[in-house]
Design a protein around this ligand. Structure first.
Ligand SMILES: [Zn+2]
Length: 319
């Protein structure tokens, strides 16, 4: 995807200063403190659980460390230490163009805050983002990759713009069918995607709680749907907030590629398991992607556009 500053800032970026958050986990309901630290170039994103034995709490934000995707994206390390619900935070970092950051956290789940990425984006923007004078790299999609899981389907294809398209279809009439395609740029992400909240159904809460899930869920951190109604007093932030939140989830999960992805992610009925399977499929095929320096992206896009034009049959080109 194109992240903040993509096409403008060709250097890796980190945050200007340390940032503190307090909040509760959506699923475990536990209060945690989270501290984001600036990190050196080429660090990437690392989590450190401060409530476990020192040296055992380090978890790299990477697709191969995903250990569970049933309700959220959970990362884990070789010591069996895990961290849940990383996707919204990772989307915020990617959306703001933060490449390198070290995140200390005092519990097993990232705080849900208001259920969206907006609070993290607002604080990162206030704190500032600094360029680190080291070339920035992304992942260029060379050829289509796809995965299918029952009704669910996702693909990554080469594209001259970086975008995410989601297509959702719920029987609940509040959500229904929604399809949304968004070019992921700094501005669009902050305005159109970051504020979209996670959502859940009131009639599923008891069942989830009996499994130790959704213990921290409330109207303050999720859109709650009861039958055919949104019960949050303030209503929806966008008419299609559900599809927008799915774009947010996709961006966060895709951030686990370890670098910005240049291409088009399409997902029909997306989910964390599907998103992780797509990355596993991508990295299982070295010919499907290449590492690209940001300074080369404009030239690659121009070349792709040219070859796409060449491939258009004459009749189509005349239209
Ligand atoms: Zn989410």
């Amino acid at each position: 995807m194109v992240y903040s500053n993509a096409g403008i800032c060709t250097s890796q970026c980190t945050i200007q200063n340390t940032i503190d958050f307090v909040g509760v986990g959506l699923h475990n309901g536990e209060a945690v403190t989270m501290r984001l630290h600036p990190a050196a170039p080429n660090t990437g994103v690392y989590f450190v659980r401060t409530d476990v034995v020192p040296q055992q709490g380090v978890i790299q934000a990477n697709w191969h460390n995903v250990v569970d995707t049933s309700m959220c994206t959970v990362l884990g390390n070789e010591h069996g230490v895990t961290l849940a619900t990383v996707e919204h935070l990772l989307a915020a970092l990617r959306g703001c163009g933060v490449d390198n950051v070290l995140i200390e956290i005092s519990g097993a789940e990232v705080p849900i805050l208001d259920g969206s990425a907006a609070p993290v984006v607002a604080i990162i923007k206030r704190t500032g983002i600094v360029a680190q004078r080291v070339p920035r790299f992304g992942i260029w999609i060379e050829r289509p990759i796809e995965v299918q899981q029952g009704e669910r389907y996702a693909s990554l294809t080469p594209d001259v713009v970086s975008q995410i398209t989601v297509d959702i279809d719920f029987t609940n009439p509040v959500i229904g069918s929604q399809c949304l395609s968004v070019e992921i740029t700094d501005e669009l992400f902050e305005r159109e995607i970051a504020p979209a909240r996670t959502f859940g159904f009131a009639d599923e809460v008891e069942a989830l709680r009996s499994q130790g899930l959704a213990l921290g869920a409330s109207r303050r951190n999720a859109i709650v749907i009861d039958n055919a109604e949104v019960v949050n007093e303030e209503g929806l932030r966008f008419g299609d907030e559900f599809a927008r939140h799915k774009v947010l989830d996709c961006l966060g999960d895709l951030a686990l590629a370890g670098a910005p992805v240049f291409g088009h992610l399409f997902a029909h009925k997306p989910g964390h398991r599907l998103n992780n399977a797509l990355l596993r499929e991508l990295f299982a095929h070295p010919d499907a992607w290449s590492r690209v320096e940001y300074s080369e992206v404009a030239a690659r896009r121009a070349k792709l556009e040219q070859s796409a034009r060449r491939e258009l049959p004459d009749a189509a080109a005349d239209i």
